[in-house]
Write a protein that binds this ligand. Structure first.
Ligand SMILES: [Zn+2]
Length: 446
């Protein structure tokens, strides 16, 4: 700067005296300026000056103090990073005193140590102060998923431990690393919507809640679109710990129930003769779990300790008419009731007429035995079924008959078709219920 000024002066002032005076003035000026530019130690980090110290010796002393303090705290040697530069220079800046310098250097200088970097699937993820700490981290992580003495624990991902210089501020503690390993850094797990996926299904599959899924996917409506991407978790664990172990547990063996027909019990009722009892078996599984969640369970051995005892239940087969609502009789045809039991045209109507179309099906109103099937005077083509206990049902005016006398029928069995045979004004099913030979109102038993 001074040289430049002098040169400019020379060029602009060729005159001898003026030149001399100018040189003299400039010389005095230089002495004054020079006196204010004292020798200091410029401290820079990464090329940027962060402070000035009195001299290199003073700065070195403070740095040594800092590295020795930090070494003591960390329990191993700490040095300053490569990007710290000390340079003796002249500057008008006031150098900092030791106390100020200590504070600035402590905050702005990188302190490094020979630590280890842990790469997971090739990507740098964790940094420890040394290999022993990294080993201890892996050990502790595995311990968290060890279920017992015979549990084999391994880590699914390929990991590498590389020794290198690490900024001490970026070192992971074992606790922090364990948290990251299990909860992961911010790496959302995504799911592509498949056919029939619902938010509820995804919540179950990914062990979360519908509310959480809605929170993670604010744009999503409840109607998922095929192929849509859904974030199912905010975090993906850094590491997958696989535990394999044997699990032995006692399990119940379900019992079976044997049903025996009992003609002394009313139909629709049953009586337990012997209570079934579950058996007990000892099952040993080979279990595989990922981060504590069971992903596979294979049976290794299965020993029956106690056989199950089958239950015995007697099931009633006796047909008993129940009065209204018991449901012993079923409707023999589908249609509305057009004529009820009672006086009709000066005579007594002995049953009900069901308005079913010509040729439509007629069914047995209950299980029993066909006692007659054929022409019966004014009834026309008629079927009569005895249900036991002196209960008989009759089906009249049929157009065709599909059963024979002596044959047993089940409830709802097809027995013939609606017609107009006998005394009838049109196609309908005339249906009667007789108990001890007396006509009863069928509507009371349907
Ligand atoms: Zn009738």
């Amino acid at each position: 700067m001074r040289v430049k000024l002098a040169k400019q002066a020379e060029n602009k002032q060729p005159h001898k005296y003026k030149l001399l005076i100018t040189a003299l003035v400039l010389g005095i000026l230089a002495v004054i300026i020079g006196a204010s530019f004292t020798g200091v130690c410029a401290i820079s980090v990464g090329g940027e000056i962060i402070a000035y110290g009195e001299n290199k010796k003073q700065v070195d002393k403070i740095i040594n103090r800092l590295t020795s303090e930090k070494s003591q705290v960390l329990g191993q040697e700490v040095t300053v990073g490569k990007d710290l530069e000390l340079k003796t220079t002249k500057s008008s800046k006031e150098p900092l005193n030791e106390q100020e310098l200590y504070a600035v250097l402590a905050g702005k200088v990188d302190f490094v140590t020979r630590g280890v970097l842990v790469k997971i699937k090739g990507s740098p993820e964790l940094q420890f102060k040394n290999r022993a700490t990294a080993d201890s981290f892996f050990q502790k992580l595995k311990e968290r998923y060890r279920t017992g003495a015979n549990c084999e624990v391994s880590i699914a991902e390929k990991t590498e431990i590389i020794e290198q210089e690490i900024n001490i501020n970026e070192l992971d503690t074992i606790e922090r690393a364990l948290q990251l390993a299990q909860q992961g850094k911010d790496k959302p797990i995504r799911h592509i919507v498949q056919e029939n996926d619902t938010l509820w299904d995804l919540a179950v599959t990914y062990d979360t809640s519908v509310e959480e899924l809605m929170r993670l996917n604010p744009e999503t409506s409840e109607n998922l679109q095929l192929g849509q991407e859904i974030i199912t978790s905010g975090y993906a664990p850094l590491l997958t710990v696989i535990s394999e172990f044997e699990l032995t547990q006692e399990e119940k063996i379900p019992f079976e129930t044997e049903y025996i027909n009992d003609s002394s019990l009313p139909r629709g009722t049953s009586k337990t003769i012997r209570q079934g009892e579950p058996g007990i078996k000892k099952v040993t599984y080979r279990v595989t779990a990922q981060n504590g969640k069971i992903t596979e369970k294979k049976i290794v051995t299965e020993d029956v300790i106690k056989e199950p005892q089958a239950g015995i239940v007697n099931r009633g087969t006796k047909f008993v008419l129940s009065f209204r609502g018991g449901g012993a009789l079923v409707w023999p045809a589908s249609g509305s009731v057009t004529s009820r039991l009672g006086p009709r045209w000066g005579r007594s109507h002995t049953g009900i007429d069901i308005d079913a179309g010509y040729g439509s099906q007629v069914w047995a109103a209950g299980p029993g035995r066909v006692v007659s099937a054929g022409w019966n005077g004014g009834y026309g083509q008629m079927v009569a079924i005895s249900h036991g206990n002196n209960v008989v049902t009759r089906y009249a005016h049929l157009s065709s008959i599909n059963v024979k006398a002596g044959q047993t029928v089940d409830s709802r069995q097809f027995i013939g078709r609606v017609g107009t045979s006998g005394n009838t004004t049109g196609p309908n099913l005339h249906f009667e219920v007789l108990i001890n030979g007396a006509q009863k109102n069928p509507l009371n038993y349907l």
